[in-house]
Design a protein around this ligand. Structure first.
Ligand code: HEM
Length: 443
């Protein structure tokens, strides 16, 4: 039997556990490594400044820098590619090569991506996150100082993220409410928060299969590390607003439809607990706003439709076999908006790039993020809905309608548009701090 140990928080990079500050200000900096020795020098300068997950619930400052590698970048750092031949296939191939399976086709295909991936220049990335612009600038200046004089490490892209003034994501929903509680993280779970084995999110610990999550590679490199699926999704806010207006007769009807598509009112209040009207107090109460299940209270999805975003992406107890059908496919997600808000009430596209950057943490990218993206977001078989996809973020080349139980008859809305389109993505490796030091020693 495997004993679950407390997580070695001091060795895990902070982003795995730290709560997103609110408001938040962040930057994703992406570099190409031309000279691995200079990349090692960059790491040598940076490692002492990298925030760990220690004191994640009460960090000394609300800002952090973390470091990730694409497969190509990690290959350059370890010198001998065979060292990482035992890393997961999805990471080795890179997300662009997985586009067919992930539904990144048509407008969403890698040909249209504007963010570099591991196949065309992204080797090492710095994630900077902060609770104020001043703190972010402070962290960025640490990054600039670390890279100074290192011409062999070239900045190839920068993407800034920040919370819109509404404190909601661009479609108008409150976000960042539900997340799993990692066994061994410390503290207590909130009501309704699922307790998940640590090996689902950090390598070196027991996972939901009852085995120690590990890779066929040197343990010093992967211990306390994990993978992050990074996705840049452009949001067509005008199309989303027009769709709601065209599909519902009045403002109340539009809010209900928006809630039926998400599974929560735009305030964040769950339909499971407040099915008929919004409840702002409930939305803001962390002791109540995630405390629900589906199987007993709402088996047919009369409150929270089976096809809604949150019930697809975390069916909780709704599917028959909770281990194989749900617990093996949990993800830990951080979402950050980029780009300015579309003017309030406007239904005209202003051509400005805006959307969300998701950092989806998982120790097994195939079983977790990729499964969720391909099966739960982009298909409907698992809920007997054929090839219908997620009404908010699903692909539209197979089906473009959404239906949910209503009284007296089922409601069906057609004409769903491509509300989101992928504009970049990569599976990256987030080493533990020990792993970063190990990389430094590969001379
Ligand atoms: C434009 C893209 C997206 C938007 C606007 C969006 C928005 C939201 C919102 C508003 C919630 C409800 C708040 C909460 O429960 O915390 C939510 C929940 C969630 N989303 Fe998304 N999301 C997007 C894409 C994705 C993607 C690509 C994934 C993963 C593959 C994902 C995974 C999740 C998960 C796991 C939850 C929590 C569900 C639960 O535990 O009940 N989302 N999302």
């Amino acid at each position: 039997m495997i004993m679950t140990l407390a997580l070695e928080l001091h060795d895990i990079q902070g982003t795995v556990l730290r709560n997103r500050p609110m408001p938040y200000f962040g930057s994703y900096l992406m570099f190409t490594i031309h000279d691995p020795d200079q990349a090692r020098e960059l790491l040598r300068r940076l490692v002492p400044r990298i925030a760990s997950a220690a004191a994640w619930d009460n960090p000394p400052e609300d800002a952090w820098i973390n470091v990730v590698f694409s497969h190509s970048g990690l290959g350059k750092m370890v010198r001998d590619a065979s060292t990482i031949a035992g890393f997961p296939l999805e990471f080795r191939q890179g997300m662009a090569a997985r586009s067919g399976y992930l539904g990144d086709v048509g407008n969403a295909s890698p040909d249209h991506w504007d963010l570099p991936h591991g196949g065309n220049g992204f080797d090492v990335g710095l994630l900077v996150m902060a609770g104020s612009i001043e703190l972010k600038d402070e962290k960025l200046s640490i990054g600039h100082a670390a890279v100074e004089g290192l011409e062999g490490v070239e900045l190839v892209a920068r993407l800034d993220v920040a919370v819109p003034s509404t404190l909601r994501e661009h479609f108008g929903y409150a976000d960042g409410i539900s997340r799993p509680f990692i066994e061994g993280q410390g503290g207590d779970p909130l009501p309704g928060q699922d307790i998940v084995k640590p090996g689902e999110f950090v390598l070196g610990y027991e996972n939901e299969l009852g085995v120690r999550a590990s890779l066929d590679a040197p343990e010093e490199l992967w211990r306390n590390g994990t993978f992050i699926a990074i996705r840049k999704l452009r949001q067509d806010v005008a199309a989303f607003r027009r769709f709601l207006m065209d599909s519902a007769p009045d403002a109340m009807g539009q809010e209900l439809l928006a809630a039926k598509m998400m599974g929560r009112w735009r305030s964040g209040a769950p339909l499971a607990l407040s099915p008929d009207s919004d409840d702002v107090k409930l939305a803001k109460d962390p002791l109540r706003n995630n405390d629900f299940r589906y199987a007993d209270d709402d088996p047919d999805g009369r409150h929270t439709p089976a096809g809604s975003h949150i019930r697809r992406i975390n069916p909780r107890d709704a599917l028959r076999d909770s281990l194989t059908q749900t617990r093996l496919h949990r993800v830990m997600r951080r979402g950050f908006s980029y780009g300015p808000e579309l003017e309030e009430g406007s239904t005209e596209d202003d051509g400005v790039d805006r959307g969300i950057v998701l950092a989806i943490i998982n120790a097994d990218p195939g079983r977790q993020f990729e499964f969720v993206q391909a099966q739960w977001i982009n298909d409907g078989d698992f809920i007997s809905q054929g090839d219908r996809s997620d009404p908010i973020i699903g692909r539209r080349d197979h089906a473009n309608d959404y239906q949910y139980p209503a009284c007296p008859v089922r409601k069906r809305v057609g004409g769903l548009k491509e509300f989101t389109v992928t504009r970049g993505g990569e599976h990256v490796f987030l080493p533990g701090l020990g792993g970063l030091r190990w990389l430094l020693d590969r001379q």
